[in-house]
Write a protein that binds this ligand. Structure first.
Ligand SMILES: NC(=O)c1ccc[n+]([C@@H]2O[C@H](COP(=O)([O-])OP(=O)(O)OC[C@H]3O[C@@H](n4cnc5c(N)ncnc54)[C@H](OP(=O)(O)O)[C@@H]3O)[C@@H](O)[C@H]2O)c1
Length: 257
């Protein structure tokens, strides 16, 4: 089992930290800019809170940097951990951003949506790993295997492409659900009425290509229905734009098929 120090105390650090601890690893230190945040997560993980990067010691085997993408390079540049393994958890940033921290660096990217409120079944989650050399890659691969049965060594382009696809498949669709929730609530209706529809579609998506599952007025070319929907959105020009853009996108996609 490994000794791990977590750099960050947000959603990913929290969920990953709990999963690593549950798999038997020891979380030595938890760093956050905020003393309170470091303390909160360190208490959960029975670890030591740190709010000063220079107080991160070199006792851990692996340093997992899970701060916002734009801060990874800056934070890594302030670590003094010798040649210990340093990995970030970003789907998009290059592992080269960690070069200043150690010669042994890589990526430890859980391909799941993590919030502090929801639980994650890591055994099924895809974990992507990269390493600056064979031994780093192997250590991160073995660490990921303790969490998941679905670990892949990827290259940067594959990871970025999967991340981009996930933004469309997961982040954007969730935004659509949030818009639907707002539309219903404004009329005193409940999102609960959509849940069976969504569940049945998700079930189909698990076994069919999504491009074969498109339904609705855009793909049918039912212009009068589209016009009624737009009229229902009168007064909300932003949503009307989103509706029109997606309708055109569906129709262009079908034409090119
Ligand atoms: N959440 C997910 O579903 C998910 C999934 C896979 C990968 N990831 C990756 O995990 C990493 C963290 O994402 P997250 O979702 O956990 O974000 P988050 O919940 O917003 O947490 C961001 C963390 O970054 C820290 N931070 C923000 N600005 C900073 C700065 N200027 N300097 C140093 N630290 C700063 C925050 O520190 P404070 O506590 O001080 O605010 C917090 O610990 C990202 O690389 C993301 O791509 C996230």
């Amino acid at each position: 089992m490994a000794a791990i120090t977590l750099i960050g105390s947000g959603k990913a650090a929290t969920v990953l930290g709990k999963a690593l601890k549950a798999s038997g690893h020891k979380i030595l230190q938890v760093w956050s800019r905020s003393e309170a945040n470091a303390q909160e997560l360190a208490t959960i993980l029975h670890s030591a809170p740190v709010s000063d990067l220079s107080a991160i010691n070199d006792h851990a085997d692996v340093y997992v940097i899970s701060v916002k993408d734009d801060s990874i390079e800056e934070v890594a540049g302030k670590l003094h951990v010798g040649n210990k393994i340093v990995a970030h958890t970003s789907g998009i940033k290059s592992k080269e951003q960690l070069r200043a921290a150690s010669e042994n660096y890589g990526v430890f990217y859980p391909f799941v949506s993590m919030t502090k409120e929801t639980s994650v079944d890591f055994r099924k989650a895809l974990m992507m790993v990269e390493g600056s050399n064979e031994s780093t890659l192997l250590t991160l691969y073995e660490l990921a295997k303790t969490l998941s049965d679905n670990v892949k060594q990827v290259d940067e382009q594959q990871r970025q492409t999967l991340h981009l696809a996930a933004v469309f498949a997961n982040n954007f669709t969730n935004h659509m659900y949030a818009i639907a929730e707002q539309i219903l609530e404004e009329k005193g209706l409940s999102f609960d009425d959509l849940r069976p529809l969504i569940a049945s579609h998700l079930e189909n998506i698990l076994s069919h290509p999504p491009s074969t599952l498109q339904t609705g007025p855009a793909v049918r070319g039912d212009q009068s229905t589209i016009d009624i929907h737009k009229a229902l959105l009168d007064g909300n020009e932003e949503l009307k734009k989103v509706y029109s853009l997606l309708t055109s996108s569906i129709q262009d996609f079908q034409k090119k098929k």
